[in-house]
Design a protein around this ligand. Sequence first.
Ligand SMILES: [Zn+2]
Length: 135
Amino acid sequence: MKKPFLQRAIEFHGHLGPYLVLGLLMGEYALRKIKAKPHFGLEVKIWGASQKPKSCLIDGLQLSTGCTYGKGNIKKYNGKGIKVKFIHCENKKDITLALQEGIIEKLREANDHKNCERLARELYKACPEEIFILL
Ligand SMILES: [Zn+2]
């Protein structure tokens, strides 16, 4: 699996955090799953990530999918848990991904800057199958 370039993401976003990494990995995983082209080939809908630090997920998703607020093909909605839907523009195939319970637990436990960075690096090395669930 070709992972997105983490350094570029940190430069764009401004810091390394677990939600940024989750957005990178989730977007890349979804692109492969629905076989969509980045930038214009899909739409992304995000629930439950309106507030920091969860909203950092959105920057990761913009970088990995190429869907951006400028192009209007990424949108966020209110929701309880994090859930992201990826829709292929041509064949309308879609998948919805959420976080596994164990990951949600780890995010809850990472309560300071150092732990957040450590978790971010740990997640970056993990397989998407260990992080996400298909809804
Ligand atoms: Zn952040």
